[in-house]
Design a protein around this ligand. Structure first.
Ligand code: ADP
Ligand code: ZN
Ligand code: ZN
Length: 732
């Protein structure tokens, strides 16, 4: 008998001992079925002790070691241990968060019989026209195949019991190919990039590529700083090409909304012979498992994914890339609150491989690391496409200009001009819906969310009030619920209202609204962007969805309607986010030969942030902001952790935090414990939330403190309060 140490998905920072005799060291990292309490659960074997168990202490047997997939490699187990230690999150829960969902189920994976089907060119192009209209299920199956490109047999069978035989017909007539899930390791030949697609690098790009490729082998962290369109992706592609030629694997992490089919297509076009798989939370369970196993088996050369992809096993990892490294979506906001960027850097160091962090507006933490020499700074100074001059930025002083339906006279004139010249305008506002709140002019009633400390947003088209935080919805009231007055006024601007105003101001113009509401249906965003490219649109109005990555060659004007909220916010990171966002939207103007203009409506045209924006000067902004942070002792000059509590009443949340503070190790050196306070948004989805901030000038001191504190806190019984520790919190 051996003692098998198993990490289980429960909130206890320990592993559990079971007994087995048919195990050996090679099983470490494998999943195992064990009974835990009255449940049968899947755990991960993290250790095997070769000594007889204490007979006085009777261990439960391991029910089954699952050998259907290869074990998690040492590297990933080590990464999980690091996360468990750094984020103070139980190892069993870390591993549960890392593993694809399918691997957390108690059923073994029947890898050998699972086939998958891939659409062929013919299947994509002509099949649908060939099928009779009546063949409903066949048509449905074919559309699913066309949209997803690859369907696992289990997904096929879900459509209909007869779908399996229909799929065989598709295979027989050449519309689909059948293959086994490629899970076995194969040796790959070197992959060569398609030369035709590559650009001749400009001087900055060449310097960056030469520096990265010329560096001694081993870990190095590069910050590739360059505005959108400066050719960062081209630099990644060159570095990746070098890796693939040497038969290595590359990991590319991108923000959620950037993981588009276009981006995937760009990588696939450059490396037509490489197997590139994606990993993100919208993939079906089967697909995600398949991609994970392909990466682990080494059959995938490159993984392109969102934050969760940072944990994928890659036995030949030679390079990591984090694009838009400042993006908030790299931080997981519940469960294990990790930063995929930071984990990626740690992983690269452990694996002794280089990592490239790319951004037009690096997180101040990252930039600070570059200035202090921990990271190496590479700069792309200009846009890659020739003749594209940076846009001219002007400010419209809202203290002087009267607004007509949210628009100042100079902005209206500028839009008119563009319409006359056949050019496009983009109007940016960071709020969807019609208006942010409904107001009763009689008694002052405001449409508040019953479950959150936030306002219900007016969605006029749908005649609804909606909470953008918890999803609560109700009918738009016809009279004031408080006094009965029928004169209710939507206050403020949202995308829908601007769209309506633009329709009145420019009846001849073709207007398109792009926000989360208008793009809900699958492919609608792609279709909309297509229309913009085809010049079927004169005015675009939308949220930050429009800010990223799209090159509209006829777009020469960007109007920012109201950005002042971020200037004087209680959140010390608000200005950083605002600057990033504005620089990004400003970058939409004049991506082609025509140089563009950006008009920003603001009541604070003299704000330092705007001066830096005018020159497109991130470094200027960052220097000012970092000096302020240093003076205030804020990150990156200090390190923070936030203990968050959630309860039915604010009182119990605060009371828990006070108890927690009292449990803190006494006389902790260099540690500042703040008073518990209600969260910025105290009420969310019916729960009251409070938080307790811990701060230190030393990361080491903070980590040591948290370790002792959390051990004490875990032993402390709490009822009716949910709590979590957030290390390096982004929301403070
Ligand atoms: P970023 O990732 O910084 O936004 P991209 O790599 O996507 O920049 O490049 C922006 C655009 O410029 C793309 O259309 C790309 O094809 C083009 N481009 C990149 N590098 C060059 C180059 N050296 N010469 C010409 N065009 C380039
Ligand atoms: Zn009223
Ligand atoms: Zn709400």
């Amino acid at each position: 008998m051996k003692i098998v140490q198993i990490a289980i998905d429960v909130p206890l920072n320990t592993h559990f001992d079971y007994a087995a005799d048919d195990v050996n060291a090679e099983d470490i990292g494998r999943r195992a079925l064990v009974s835990f309490g009255r449940r049968l659960v899947v755990g991960v074997i993290v250790g095997i002790v070769n000594q007889a168990a204490d007979p006085a202490f009777k261990l439960k047997p391991v029910k089954e070691v699952l050998r259907d997939t290869p074990p998690l490699p040492q590297e990933i187990l080590k990464l999980a241990r690091f996360c468990s230690g750094y984020y103070h999150y139980p190892l069993g829960q870390v591993l549960a968060a890392i593993l694809p969902q399918r691997l957390r189920r108690t059923q073994a994976i029947n890898t050998l019989t699972e086939s998958c089907y891939t659409a062929t060119e013919v299947g994509l192009a002509t099949a649908l026209d060939t099928l009779p209209k009546r063949a409903l299920i066949k048509r449905k199956l074919l559309v699913a195949l066309q949209v997803q490109r690859t369907l696992a047999r289990s997904a096929v069978m879900q459509l209909s019991p007869s779908a399996g035989s229909m799929m065989r017909e598709f295979v027989a007539c050449g519309w689909a190919l059948e293959s086994a899930m490629p899970l076995t390791a194969t040796r790959n030949a070197a992959i060569l990039p398609a030369q035709a697609a590559a650009h001749v690098l400009n001087t900055d790009q060449q310097a960056a590529v030469t520096t990265i490729l010329g560096a001694p082998p081993g870990f190095a962290s590069w910050l590739l700083h360059g505005v959108t369109g400066s050719g960062k992706t081209e630099v990644y592609l060159r570095a990746i090409a070098e890796v693939l030629v040497r038969n290595g694997q590359a990991l590319v992490l991108v923000p959620e909304i950037n993981l588009t089919p276009q981006l995937e297509a760009r990588f696939k076009a450059r490396f037509p012979d490489a197997t590139i798989v994606s990993l993100h939370s919208n993939l079906g369970e089967r697909e995600r498992l398949k991609h994970w196993l392909m990466a682990q088996a080494g059959t995938a050369h490159m993984v392109l994914g969102t934050r969760l992809a940072v944990f994928v096993p890659l036995p030949r990892l030679q390079l990591s890339v984090v694009d838009e490294e400042h993006d908030g979506s790299f931080k997981q906001q519940d469960g294990m609150r990790y930063s995929a960027r930071d984990v990626a850097v740690f992983r690269a160091r452990e694996a002794r491989v280089p990592i490239i962090l790319g951004s037009a507006t690096p997180a101040l933490e990252t930039y600070h690391n570059a200035l202090s020499g921990r990271y190496k700074l590479l700069e792309l100074k200009a846009r890659a496409v020739r003749d594209a001059a940076p846009p001219a930025v002007h400010y419209i002083d809202l203290k002087r200009e009267k607004l007509i339906e949210g628009f100042s006279a100079p902005l209206i004139t500028a839009i008119k001009q563009r319409i006359k010249r056949g050019e496009q305008s983009l109007l940016f506002i960071n709020r969807r819906g019609f208006a942010p709140v409904l107001l009763c002019s009689e008694c002052g009633w405001l449409s508040g969310c019953p479950r959150c400390s936030s306002r219900l947003v007016v969605h006029l088209k749908e005649q609804r009030l909606r909470c953008h935080h918890c999803g609560h919805e109700e009918r738009l009231p016809h009279h004031c619920p408080s006094c009965g007055n029928v004169d209710l006024a939507p206050v403020g601007q949202g995308t829908q209202r601007l769209e309506a105003a633009l329709e009145r101001l420019f009846p001849e113009a073709r207007i398109l609204r792009v926000d989360r509401d208008s793009t809900r249906r699958k492919n609608s965003l792609a279709n909309m962007l297509e229309k913009v490219h085809a010049q079927e649109i004169d005015i675009l109005v939308g949220t930050q969805m429009l800010a990223k990555g799209h090159d509209f060659t006829k777009l020469t004007l960007v109007g920012v309607l109201n950005a002042d909220g971020g200037l004087y916010s209680a959140d010390f990171r608000a200005a950083e986010h605002l600057f990033a966002q504005l620089l990004q939207v400003a970058g939409r103007a004049g991506r082609a030969a025509d140089s563009g203009e950006v008009l920003v409506q603001t009541a604070f045209p003299d704000h330092a942030l705007f001066a830096a924006l005018q020159h497109g000067d991130y470094a200027q902004f960052a220097r000012t902001a970092l000096a302020e942070r240093e003076q205030a002792g804020l990150p990156p000059f200090s390190f923070q952790a936030m203990l968050r509590a959630e309860a039915a009443t604010l009182d119990s949340a605060l009371k828990f935090l006070r108890t927690a503070a009292a449990l803190a190790p006494p006389k902790a050196k260099n540690i500042q414990i703040y008073d518990p306070v209600p969260a910025l948004m105290a009420r969310l989805a019916g729960n009251e939330r409070a938080q307790l901030m811990i701060e230190s000038r030393s990361r080491g001191a903070l980590q040591k403190f948290l370790g002792t504190w959390m051990t004490g806190l875990e032993a402390h019984k709490t009822r009716n309060v949910r709590w979590a520790l957030d290390v390096d919190p982004l929301d403070t």
